[in-house]
Write a protein that binds this ligand. Structure first.
Ligand SMILES: O=C[C@H](O)[C@H](O)COP(=O)(O)O
Ligand SMILES: C=C(OP(=O)(O)O)C(=O)O
Ligand SMILES: [Mn+2]
Length: 408
């Protein structure tokens, strides 16, 4: 695993308070750039670029998420696991946004609540990995913002200039996001994992992370004293943290205390990704602990990352039924506790891919290679996304969630 210790002043132009807080912290999952001078130049160039989103938009999202935390709205986040430079086309972006908006409409009709839309889009270019090397012995692919996906050593050499390409790609994607929102007369927000610090830090301006509206910390980088949590503490954005099956109530309480010290509605979203078998056992004490401590958080369900399996061919996949099972478990937990099931965090695409098993077409393992296009994790295709959301809509219709969130 690639760890980096933050030195005292690696980020020219970064808020000195933030730079001080980061000094000496460990940053997990960072690439080992071959040329430090080149990284410095790229960071400086990014520091001179315009912010990608505006603080007022970020604040608007916090206000929307406060409604979710209060039980008066739902949140749907979704898009690619890993955006790619080649895939950053208007067609692909629009196809993904269409899935987001269609699924949200189903949830809206079923719940009679407004649904907040956040894409995994316009910056979802960096990936954490379980192992430094892939089965082919090459450095594991960490996203187009770091290096190329091609299976050769030269492509996998980290290239810091790719951060500038990512910035330009995010900027271009944002024009599609904004145009789609205007055509649909709706609000669309962007989000991604704030993983690659050399990209994120130069885009911090006046206490906001302006690489996207919603920034989350992944399961692998959420150590309380690490650089990622330190960064998130400093930001005025609404932030998310993934919480996996190993999370204890003490850990989640410490994260909530660090990231939501003022108990601000909408500030913190806890994204539970437990796996279908673990969710009903692990989630309840976490929800109860956070509620008892008075944090008005949004609880979101990511039914993707705890349900990944490897097919015989070696391709990563997920079975539609396991995804549904985790979502059902999540709703059952919140129903039992009287807390608000805030919504879903999904990996999907509007492209007609064959990456997740099952669904109404009952996709089998031998069909996965037909259109397996993801750069990292398997995504639901448009049909599977709508089918999953339809099942969620049925849950919502059977058991309306309108009302107060758990009282804190
Ligand atoms: O979303 C991404 C993956 O879950 C993450 O990169 C880990 O994948 P890996 O276990 O294949 O490394
Ligand atoms: C890597 C991801 O998730 P997690 O941190 O939950 O594993 C992701 O959302 O792509
Ligand atoms: Mn993923």
């Amino acid at each position: 695993m690639t760890k980096m210790t933050m030195t005292s002043s690696p980020y020219g132009g970064v808020d000195p308070g933030l730079a001080r807080s980061l000094a000496g912290r460990t940053a997990q999952q960072q690439p080992r750039w071959p040329d430090e001078q080149e990284v410095r130049e790229v960071r400086e160039a990014l520091g001179g670029r315009a912010p990608l989103v505006a603080p007022a938009e970020v604040d608007q999202l916090t206000a929307r998420l406060a409604e979710v935390a209060a039980g008066r709205a739902l949140l749907l986040q979704g898009g690619d696991c890993a955006e790619t430079f080649a895939g950053n086309t208007p067609e692909h972006l629009r196809a993904n946004l269409r899935v987001l908006l269609h699924c949200a409409t189903l949830l809206e009709v079923a719940s009679a609540l407004p649904v907040v839309h956040v894409g995994r889009i316009a910056g979802q270019y960096a990936k954490p990995r379980s192992r430094a090397l892939g089965p082919d012995g090459l450095p594991a692919y960490r996203g187009d913002i770091v290096h190329g996906a091609a299976a050769d050593a030269a492509a996998r050499r980290p290239d810091p200039r790719r951060m500038l390409t990512a910035y330009a790609g995010a900027q271009a994607a944002l024009t599609v996001v904004r145009a789609t929102a205007a055509e649909s007369r709706t609000e669309l927000f962007t989000g991604h994992e704030a993983l690659l610090l050399d990209y994120e830090l130069p885009l911090v301006r006046a206490g906001y992370g302006l690489s996207g509206h919603f920034l989350w910390i992944g399961e692998r980088t959420r150590d309380l004293d690490g650089a990622h949590v330190t960064l998130a503490r400093h930001l005025a954005n609404p932030v998310g943290v993934k919480v996996g099956p190993g999370t204890t109530p003490a850990q989640v309480l410490a994260l909530a205390a660090a990231l939501d010290p003022d108990r601000t509605p909408g500030r913190l979203t806890l994204i539970s990704r437990m796996g279908a078998d673990r969710v009903t056992g692990v989630l309840p004490p976490l929800v109860e602990a956070v509620a008892a401590a008075g944090h008005p958080v949004v609880w979101l369900c990511d039914p993707m990352h705890g349900n990944t399996q490897v097919a015989e061919s070696g391709l990563k996949t997920r079975h539609f039924d396991r995804i549904v099972a985790e979502v059902e478990g999540y709703f059952a937990v919140h129903r039992a506790l009287g807390s608000h099931p805030g919504g879903l965090h999904l990996e999907f695409t509007g492209d007609d891919v064959t990456e997740c098993l099952g669904g109404r077409e009952d996709l089998r393992e031998d069909q996965l290679p037909e259109r397996y296009l993801t750069a990292c994790d398997p995504r639901l295709n448009g049909r599977q996304s709508l089918d999953l959301t339809r099942l969620v809509a049925e849950i919502l219709l059977r058991r309306p969630v309108r009302g107060d969130a758990v009282r804190v």
